[in-house]
Design a binder for this molecule. Sequence first.
Ligand code: TYD
Length: 213
Amino acid sequence: METGKFITLEGGEGAGKTTQAARIKSALEDAGIEVVITREPGGTFGAEAIRDLVLSGSHERWSGLTELLLMYAARLDHVEKLIKPALARGVWVLCDRFSDSSMAYQGYARGLGREQVAAIDAVVMQGFKPDVTILFDIDPILAQRRVKSRGEDLSRFDTEDLAFHKVLQKAFLDIAKHNPDRFRTVDAAASRDGIETQIKHILMQRFAGLRLG
Ligand code: TYD
């Protein structure tokens, strides 16, 4: 049996990844593909427990490197127990954030640097990477307005200031530039339907024979 495809969704907060994950799942299912949606940090029992540790409490609770190691501990559990087994069964995996978020948040925004994050990634992930990564690019001012208008509970990361989110946006664009074969960028300021259309085109281009209505 053919293995499934591993698709990750990346970008700053409020870019609409969660909504699009659900829409793309149903489009793929209409094309006869079995899909699982998951997220990071989290996705398995153990990784969700680490998520609670890392996303709650004060800003200074963890150092940047500790935060990175917690993210990778969660990621390894997620990859070993959920992602790889699903792909082996031919199931496609749509993951809301993955390793590129560690590079952007811990590597760039928290200042650990590209090399340190890449080194940990190499040791833990052993070269395991998504087949395609979709970057939701949006001006952080617009993104923050969207998060607030949804009246969402602001997690530790969401309360960071605008300057931090601007650094993040630049970080993701830079990471995309370093990985041109894997990354595809969508304009996340577009309408929900507009973003969905962009993603469907990307997937049909990337995966030969895939037809999405
Ligand atoms: P979440 O509420 O899922 O945010 P979003 O809806 O924007 O995806 O919270 C996840 C937070 O964790 C988000 O602020 C990004 C951060 N994060 C990291 O800092 N490093 C990582 O490796 C991952 C996966 C997430």
